[in-house]
Design a protein around this ligand. Structure first.
Ligand code: CA2
Length: 146
């Protein structure tokens, strides 16, 4: 079972700024936990981050027929990117949109998601632990979706 976790722009800054919104864990801390939790459940978790929209589109395209599920925190591209929306529509595996904060409690420009209409599930507002919970529940979700 292969899982691809994609993180968008500025998420490489986690743990360095805005801890009141995003907590104090670094992206590397989160990646290590996800990989360990995945391993315990027989899943190979690939954890990536890019600040570039086209790179994220490439990763989603490369995942077609290769990866069982994509977990995506597209960061600010969530609210702007038709290109990521289209790429996600082309990927027919299981998809989860994830946000550390709850964008609906924040500025109105964060209330629109171009990712949400393309995914099976949305997780938001659980802090960085949202990543752990998603990895833990994915084996059940994948079984149910088959
Ligand atoms: O809550 C989330 O996970 C977001 O996807 C985070 C994005 C934001 O644009 C979305 O509306 C919600 C921003 C990620 C930026 O992360 C930073 C972390 C530390 C310091 C500065 C930015």
């Amino acid at each position: 079972m292969k899982i691809l976790v994609i993180n968008g722009p500025n998420l490489n800054l986690l743990g360095t700024r805005e801890p009141e919104i995003y907590g104090s864990d670094t992206l590397e801390d989160i990646a290590k936990r996800c990989q360990q939790l995945g391993k315990q459940r027989g899943m190979d978790v690939e954890f990536r981050q890019s600040n570039h929209e086209g790179t994220i589109v490439d990763w989603i395209q490369e995942a077609i027929n290769e990866v069982d599920a994509i977990v995506i925190n597209a960061g600010a591209y969530t609210h702007t990117s038709v290109a990521i929306h289209d790429a996600l529509r082309a990927y027919s595996g299981y998809k989860i949109e994830l946000h550390i904060s709850n964008p609906h409690l924040r500025e109105s420009f964060r209330h629109i998601s171009y990712v949400s209409p393309t995914v099976h599930a949305v997780v938001a507002g659980l802090g960085v632990r949202g990543y752990d919970h998603v990895i833990e529940i994915l084996p059940d979700l994948l079984k149910q979706s088959q």
